[in-house]
Write a protein that binds this ligand. Structure first.
Ligand SMILES: [Zn+2]
Length: 384
């Protein structure tokens, strides 16, 4: 009898562990990163032929936040290396999320709560990541490096211009590592160098809350760069890291444009004149970013473009091209960034089709779908 009770308790404990650490995290991931159900998209021969010749590039995906193997094709979420390759992607920025307040919204968040702690625990991340934003960033950089080692020659984590050029020459997918908000620096400039050594090349300054560097677009202060923020921008310039002002307050964007000696990106956004959302900064600010040689990645989700369908993504891109010029517009999917999108990475040829249907010429489509971003990274990553 004792053995039966002991066995039953053991079974219940095993079932509870499976539920908490395996089943619930997978369910949460699947429900937060959905593709809208749709009939297969029709892609013409012209669109397929055009798409096949474009080095497709995307400035922002949060793949590394989720505990699915990025080297394997998954049945949940919007990205993995096999689906990115199927979609013709040759350059993807993989961004680390390290802190995210509860009750996330685009209007106002305070920094005093964090859902990523629970994500780290439930997904069985290393103990060091549970209490340290720096360790969370480092861990996600290591995940990208491991994907490079595990996948084989079709995927490369790249750190400089020559590695990117080599990856493009063999038709591989290149992954660049970035952070979504520089709070994992934990207020210490030396941590920027440590993350550089781990592969960091795209430095997002803020995420959903004001941090040590300055105000978030969705924070409480609306403040510009702090002294620490200015030190990080200067150091990132020196180390030839790319600064990303997605999620930054307009005051921070203005300060960065005045201070930075290098062009910046807005990795994932919409255009306010196209979609009047709290997620989008003013068109005038976007123009200033473009005039400084910057690049604007157009997103695929409702907060950025208001209506998440292919036609509206194309319309947002057409609007951005008209406003900023064809050389300054790119893709910024926000795949796997807890957004619902009308397509996954494998379905990107359908976006080329939507851009053709919208009336854009093939040269502009090539630029927006990838050539602009490839050129930008070939010019702005460290040379070697
Ligand atoms: Zn974001």
């Amino acid at each position: 009898m004792k053995n039966i009770i002991g066995g039953a308790i053991a079974l219940i404990v095993i079932a509870a562990i499976a539920l908490v650490f395996f089943i619930i995290p997978a369910r949460v991931d699947a429900s937060l990163n959905q593709v809208i159900a749709h009939a297969p998209y029709t892609v013409s021969a012209q669109a397929r032929t055009l798409h096949a010749t474009i080095p497709v590039a995307d400035l922002h995906a949060d793949t590394l936040l989720w505990m699915r193997d990025p080297t394997q094709r998954q049945t949940r979420g919007q990205t993995d290396i096999p689906r990115l390759i199927e979609g013709g992607v040759k350059l993807q920025v993989f961004t680390a999320v390290t802190k995210s307040p509860k009750n996330l919204n685009y209007e106002e968040n305070d920094p005093n709560s964090d859902d990523i702690t629970m994500v780290a625990v439930l997904q069985r991340w290393p103990l060091a990541t549970w209490g340290s934003l720096f360790e969370r960033a480092l861990y996600q950089a290591k995940r990208l490096q491991k994907a490079d080692e595990d996948y084989g020659s079709g995927f490369r984590m790249v750190r400089n211009q020559s590695e990117l050029r080599r990856s493009l020459n063999v038709g591989a997918l290149a992954g660049v590592y970035g952070i979504e908000g520089a709070h994992p620096l934990e207020g210490e400039i030396e941590n920027l160098d440590r993350l550089y050594d781990a592969g960091l090349r795209v430095v997002g300054l803020q995420h959903f809350f004001d941090n040590e560097l300055g105000g978030s677009l969705h924070g409480t202060s609306g403040a510009g760069l702090t002294d620490f923020g200015r030190a990080v921008v200067t150091r990132a310039n020196e180390r030839e890291m790319i600064i990303d002002v997605a999620h930054s307050s307009e005051a921070v964007v203005g300060d960065v444009l005045a201070l930075s000696t290098r062009p910046v990106i807005v990795s994932h956004t919409g255009l306010q004149g196209h979609c009047d959302s709290e997620r989008n900064i003013s068109d005038a600010m976007m123009k200033a970013i473009a005039e400084a040689g910057g690049l604007v990645g157009v997103g695929f989700w409702d907060g950025a473009i208001c209506t998440p369908d292919l036609e509206t993504i194309a319309a947002a891109i057409v609007y951005a091209v008209d406003l900023l010029g064809a050389d300054h517009v790119a893709l910024g999917s926000d795949f796997d960034g807890t957004v619902t999108t009308p397509l996954d990475a494998a379905e990107l040829p359908a976006l080329t089709q939507a851009l053709l249907t919208s009336g854009l010429d093939e040269g502009t489509i090539r630029a927006v779908m990838g050539e602009n971003a490839v050129r930008f990274f070939l010019e702005n990553l460290p040379a070697t």
